[in-house]
Design a binder for this molecule. Structure first.
Ligand code: NAG
Ligand code: NAG
Ligand code: NAG
Ligand code: NAG
Ligand code: NAG
Ligand code: NAG
Ligand code: NAG
Length: 826
């Protein structure tokens, strides 16, 4: 009896304790409410495995300074549970530590558990063992085995978070959580089961009793109490599926990802600011930038297939964690203005005035205040908008915000933020290519290509998914007897292999036939076909398939083929007659992986005595290279220049920095020659740069991977390349271009202790051109702007100059906007 009274008391006490510092998160049709207050919330995505724990505090501090209220992250199932019931939450997988760092900075957390996450992440975050479980055909449907596993992982994450009291309902920072992800986009392909699955997800999530709202993004039929939300480049035209759900934008795409063979997509700051401002103008109250910091796909985490190692995403913080200016600064200003209008936007009465020509004025009104938006969605025509006795200059495809309905505090197309042009520098002699001394050794592949010896034999071709993702590589080996009197025998006999894997290498009787790879993003069948000199009798065929990440998106993406899908055929000719010998159901022997990498992508034999220092080979496939180097001095981020290499994987001090493939040249034809026009609906093919150069030549080496003494770089070169131009450089601001419209303040800064060394251009008026190519306009200052800026800025780390006539004298631009522009060298 006594003990049960004690238990009851104890429970009562802990409930009390919880309530004391709990935060109540609810919502109504207007906004998320926190402790009863409607909130305007700005969130940004930072995926913890795409940076390092050492980078987290700085990234989150910058996010907070940029005006964010919350950090959003997915949870990455296949990273945390690489083998069933074997978990990893160490290093950059320490999700709890990440949440606590956000908490320490006083920001909220939006935890998108999924556990399907898409995210251009390998297999969308699903572990391959899940696909291979008995009783599972397809994932993301009402399959009992799948549902049990999905619930098990979701519950595990919820339990871990609850233990640490990290939900807002427990006094923690997590205000929102998400189950599933963009299922609405693909649901019809699952038939009736799709709808049932959504209901089950909602019920399952609800049963976990987390005390904060759950979200299902892109899910028009999300059952209550799940909140349906919008993802996309624009969400102004979106309405949630329930009058009691606020208008929330869970993925506001700040840019786009890059693919091998692709150029660099980017999204203009003016357009991103327009989309965000329009969203709040049209009643939005929660916005999450996807991504705020994109980061790096370390190890084999890149999805795909064909996503590159950098996941920079043109986000406000670049891959290295530095400001992506002007995006970061221009959004920071927007956030400050929006936050100043929180009460109006979440509680005010709304009225819209259609001014024609795609111009709309929106007025928010409470008993004691008014705030206005003036949007010009016209793609071509700048507008002078007359409203309540004043005239506003609203450029095409822009939104002006007047927090008091009188003064323009912000316009999405008028940049008052500097533009940084980043540079890579090899500042120290020790980081120049010549100072690196290389050793090498071959990967021993004789067992496979000569002996045809694998670990497992099956009488069919298997998909690479069957190998449980222990490696990028799967060897397929078989032998075939052909005699000179076979009907197929002739002197024109070919080997033909039908593939869905991303890269195929083929060998016959130990001789290399060549390689082939898919040239486009997405899984495409391709045929490898080569003439072969067969020998009478037994011939050994060895195929090596290499994946570049498993499909991460699409209807039933989880069953899309990857590997040697077949058929594998020998094609001969008798006269004009084609004769085919199909080897697809031969006895095939399999081996997954390389000898020198374990199933966690860790290096083996780094210190083996096989390393050779003589006659460094180049263009030799399946070759290991090793060198030591000194870390570049200072604290600037470090980047590895891989020019000259083919394709492979790189490790620094045993830590993977990801797949490399600098020999893959961006084939695009779409590179925007001039500055890309921000006006009009953006899609990711619209603005790209860096065509006809390697899709990715630079690879981020986090500072925390480096030590003071000798560092070790190890490369596995799959295609063959030349490491002799590899070198380490640091990433810094090379030039900066300040910009400020009339009466605003222009700031230019070099950051990280560097000072402004020269001013290349300065003018106040209707300046033309862009950073690097500025020209004075038809109206400009009378005083010597260049001399004024030089005097104020040279030798300083940062300088601020007011854009007005007191400083530059009177300038008559006949009603056109004036701005101060300067280009500085750091
Ligand atoms: C997950 O499944 C294991 C058995 O495989 C079980 O021991 C564990 O309790 C389950 N975890 C949760 C959170 O349901
Ligand atoms: C854009 O503005 C021009 C000039 O005012 C006008 O002729 C045109 O109809 C407008 N377009 C739209 C779509 O409103
Ligand atoms: C490869 O096999 C697939 C499936 O059988 C077939 O559709 C395709 O036409 C074949 N060849 C190529 C080049 O895609
Ligand atoms: C290789 O040898 C070096 C120097 O002896 C040592 O510091 C390092 O830990 C070794 N690495 C491995 C993976 O054994
Ligand atoms: C080039 O742009 C066009 C039109 O936007 C698009 O359809 C095409 O896919 C783009 N090509 C590439 C390689 O991105
Ligand atoms: C800038 O300030 C001056 C002086 O206060 C004022 O006359 C002018 O209208 C302002 N210009 C703008 C664009 O706000
Ligand atoms: C909501 C939304 O805008 N979804 C879009 C996301 O992006 C894909 C690819 O560009 C579009 O097909 C969707 O319509």
């Amino acid at each position: 009896m006594a003990s049960s009274i004690f238990t009851a008391n104890f429970l009562f006490l802990s409930v009390l304790l919880c309530i004391c510092n709990a935060t109540k998160v609810h919502h109504d049709g207007r906004a998320i409410t926190i402790d009863g207050q409607r909130r305007l919330l700005i969130s940004g995505a930072i995926h913890y495995p795409r940076s390092t724990p050492e980078m987290w505090p700085d990234l989150i501090k910058k996010a907070k300074d940029g005006g964010l209220d919350a950090i959003e992250t997915y949870v990455f199932w296949n990273a945390h549970e690489p083998y069933r019931r074997h978990y990893d939450f160490s290093g950059n997988l320490d999700m709890i530590r990440f949440i606590k760092v956000v908490q320490e900075h006083g920001l909220y957390v939006f935890l998108r558990i999924g556990p399907y996450v898409c995210a251009e992440w390998n297999y969308g975050g699903f572990p391959l063992w899940l696909h291979n479980m008995r009783g599972i055909d397809i994932l993301r449907t009402t399959n009992k085995v799948y549902m049990k596993e999905m619930q098990n992982f979701t519950a595990l994450i919820v339990d871990m978070v609850k233990q640490e009291k990290l939900f807002a309902s427990q006094g923690g920072p997590i205000i929102l959580s998400q189950v599933e992800n963009e299922y609405g986009n693909v649901m019809t392909s699952y038939g009736k089961a799709g709808k049932a699955y959504v209901k089950w997800c909602a019920k399952m999530a609800d049963s976990l009793d987390i005390g904060v709202p759950w979200i299902m993004c892109q899910q028009a039929d999300a059952p209550q109490p799940m909140i349906d939300t919008c993802n996309g480049f624009y969400c102004d035209e979106y309405t949630p599926n329930n009058g009691n759900s606020p208008k929330m934008w869970t993925e506001n795409w700040t840019g786009w990802f890059k693919t091998w063979g692709g150029s660099e997509p980017y999204r203009r700051t003016e357009d991103l600011a327009y989309a965000t401002a329009r969203f709040f103008q049209t009643g939005g109250t929660f916005n999450n930038y996807y991504m705020y910091h994109g980061g790096t796909n370390f190890g084999r985490t890149a999805g795909g297939p064909y996503i590159v190692t950098s996941y920079d995403y043109d986000a406000p913080l670049n891959e290295y964690g530095l400001f992506n200016q002007p995006k970061y600064g221009h959004l920071k200003e927007l956030h400050a203005v929006l936050h100043s209008m929180e009460k109006l936007l979440t509680s005010g009465d709304v009225s819209n005035i259609d001014m024609g020509h795609s111009i709309t004025v929106t007025v928010y009104k409470t008993a004691d205040a008014r705030g206005c938006f003036v949007s010009n969605s016209n793609i071509t025509s700048d507008a002078k908008v007359s409203f309540e006795g004043a005239v506003y200059d609203v450029p095409a495809w822009s939104v002006s915000i007047l927090p008091d309905c009188k003064n323009e505090a912000y316009n999405s197309a008028k940049l008052n933020t500097e533009t940084w042009v980043m540079e890579k520098k090899a500042k120290h002699a020790e980081n120049k290519p010549k100072s690196l001394k290389w050793v090498w050794r071959p990967e021993n592949i004789d067992d496979m290509v000569v002996k045809g010896k694998g670990d497992k034999t099956v009488s069919k071709l298997i998909d690479q998914k069957a190998a449980n993702d222990v490696s990028d590589y799967l060897w397929y080996m078989t032998s075939v007897k052909i005699n000179e009197n076979d009907p197929i025998w002739s002197n024109d006999m070919r080997l033909k292999v039908n593939c869905t894997g991303q890269v195929l290498h083929a060998f016959v009787n130990g001789d290399y036939l060549g390689k082939q790879y898919a040239t486009e993003y997405g899984t495409k069948h391709y045929d490898f076909e080569r003439k072969v000199k067969w020998k009478p009798g037994l011939n050994h065929i060895t195929l090596l398939s290499a994946t570049l990440g498993f499909q991460h998106y699409g209807p039933q993406f989880d069953v899309i083929n990857n590997g040697v899908s077949g058929p594998v055929e020998i094609i001969g000719k008798k006269g004009n007659q084609k004769v085919i010998k199909d080897l697809s159901s031969n006895k095939w022997s399999y081996k997954a992986g390389l000898n020198s990498i374990d199933r966690y992508n860790k290096l083996l034999n780094v210190n083996s005595s096989e390393w050779r220092s003589n006659k460094l080979p180049t263009q030799r496939k399946m070759t290991w290279y090793k060198t030591t180097f000194k870390a570049p001095s200072g604290t600037d981020p470090v980047s590895l220049d891989m020019e000259g290499l083919g394709k492979g994987h790189a490790w620094v001090n045993g830590k993977s920095i990801g797949r490399y493939w600098p020999s893959n040249i961006a084939h695009d034809v779409n590179c925007t020659k001039k500055a890309c026009d921000y006006r009009g609906k953006y899609d990711y093919t619209q603005c790209t740069r860096d065509c006809s150069v390697p899709s990715q030549k630079w690879y981020h080496v986090p500072r925390s991977f480096l030590i003071d003494g000798k560092n070790e770089l190890v490369l596995f070169e799959e295609f063959g390349g030349n490491p002799s131009s590899v070198n380490f450089q640091t990433v810094t601001v090379g030039r900066t271009c300040g910009s400020a419209y009339e009466n605003k303040t222009m700031e230019i800064s070099c950051s990280q202790g560097r000072t402004i060394s020269a001013i290349r251009f300065a003018s106040y008026g209707d300046v033309r051109g862009t950073c690097g190519s500025f020209k004075k306009g038809t109206c400009h200052e009378k005083k010597d702007a260049l001399a004024i800026i030089k005097k104020k800025c040279i030798g300083k780390e940062k300088c601020r100059v007011k854009a007005n006539e007191i400083v530059f004298g009177s300038v008559n631009c006949q009603g056109h906007s004036k701005r101060l522009v300067a280009e500085a060298v750091c």
